[in-house]
Write a protein that binds this ligand. Structure first.
Ligand code: AMP
Length: 285
């Protein structure tokens, strides 16, 4: 496994690779867990070589968010990636990604407008900008994202299509703790009590999917009971709950298979997001 801290060194290396080599790419912010590693494994299975980036991207954090506290553990991350047979790791500094004078940002597409886009106004602009930079540097054949961040995946799919990046976007399932909590680097912020309370989000989404399975089709009805469930949990504040089209992230009135139920909550100061897909009665979307 080779670690690149210098973008210039990486560019030289990339330029020397054969044209027909397939390259799988997994962009991350580090503090890796099984969710990230599932993407690395999917990339490993379907490509000749794989590259993982670890970069806590400052432009996707708002001024009052957790950029400074965001957990980091470079040596642990590198050991985990080594075990997964990662070929190359990109570990750029802020100055490498945003050199002096940098001033071009990508305007995020329509699926970014609501939900996380409303709660975190600069977030998707930062995501689209850094993913564009990384796609240009890495020039991957395929890039892997988690469905845990379903709106982000929809935004990146749309951007990739609109800007004609020659990259196949692969979205992999959400990896959860045994009790249902979606894995997230931010779970480390939770006290034991908060960790217990945080379960209400995955439980509310699972209950929504269950109501659909039992025959309910009105989004409003599913959302009202979900909102109540979260409001009744002390120490948890609802940011949003919605039922959306999986591509546009526009809200739907009548739920159909393939729609997502999405939610964001604050557990104490920690903001967590999660989603579940409504499946057709046969189990497939
Ligand atoms: P992050 O380091 O949080 O920016 O995440 C990097 C990538 O890992 C993104 O594509 C996330 O959607 C994905 N990811 C994060 N958590 C999970 C999870 N629990 N299951 C699957 N993918 C995940």
């Amino acid at each position: 496994m080779k670690v690149f801290e210098s973008v210039e060194e990486w560019r030289k290396h990339r330029a020397g690779l054969p044209r027909n080599l397939s390259l799988g790419f997994v962009p991350t912010m580090g503090y890796l867990h099984e969710g990230h590693l599932s993407l690395v494994r999917a990339a490993r299975q379907n490509n000749d070589r794989i590259a993982v980036s670890i970069y806590v991207n400052p432009t996707q954090f708002g001024p009052n968010e957790d950029l400074a506290q965001y957990p980091r553990d470079r040596n642990r991350d590198l050991a985990l990636l080594e075990k997964e047979n990662t070929d190359w790791v990109l570990l750029p500094s802020d100055a490498e990604i945003y050199p002096p004078g940098f001033s071009t940002y990508v305007e995020p597409p329509e699926p970014s407008r609501l939900w996380c886009g409303q709660s975190r106004p600069v977030h998707f602009r930062g995501v689209c900008t850094v993913v564009t930079i990384l796609f240009n540097l890495v020039q991957p054949t395929r890039a892997y994202f988690g469905r845990k961040d379903a709106q982000q995946a929809a935004v990146i799919r749309r951007m990739t299509q609109d800007l004609r990046f020659p990259v196949e976007i692969v979205v992999c399932p959400t990896i959860r703790e045994p009790d249902g909590l979606a894995m997230s680097s931010r779970n480390v912020y939770l006290s034991p009590e908060e960790r217990q309370r945080a379960l209400v989000l995955s439980q509310t989404l699972a209950a929504g999917v269950e109501r659909f399975r039992a025959g309910e089709r009105e989004a409003r009805v599913i959302l009202e009971s979900g909102t109540r469930q979260i409001a009744n949990t002390p120490g948890v504040r609802l940011d949003y709950l919605g039922i959306v089209d999986q591509n546009t992230f526009a809200p739907v009135e009548t739920v159909q298979p393939g729609n997502y139920m999405i939610g964001a909550v604050y557990v104490g100061k920690t903001r967590l997001i999660d989603n579940r897909v409504f499946e057709s009665p046969g189990g497939c979307v």
